[in-house]
Write a protein that binds this ligand. Sequence first.
Ligand code: AMP
Length: 132
Amino acid sequence: MSSPGAAQSNGQEPSPDTEPSIFTRIAAREIPAIIVAETDRVLAFDDIAPQAPVHVIVTPKTQQYRNVVELAAGDPGLLAELVDVARGIAEERAGGQFRLVFNTGEAAGQTVFHVHAHLLGGRLTEGSLNAQ
Ligand code: AMP
């Protein structure tokens, strides 16, 4: 049986059934990253190109789901765990106040098709979705 990602692939975005994603390789410690939290199923690490004082990528270790829509449909418990990991990091590093962004699709700025949240915190401006 094919994965949810393969079933919904439109042929224009990488399939989760091909190569290990960059985030899978970080989880396997093949690529270095500053890992800030980890559970059996979720990994969090500092974004290599931060756009806010706190900018952490929070991602399931599985690359089965390409985006948050697939993750919510396929494993809502895993999505909840991801959000809880993000909350915990924000408690430690951003006073518990944060922005959680899931870019979904190329036109929305998604470049890595292994579902992940951008946890943004610190000096975020009201009325803007961008960090200042
Ligand atoms: P997106 O554009 O939503 O797919 O987000 C992908 C994010 O992954 C970007 O913010 C990148 O800066 C980040 N990223 C890519 N490669 C790495 C890496 N090796 N370590 C940490 N973050 C990375």
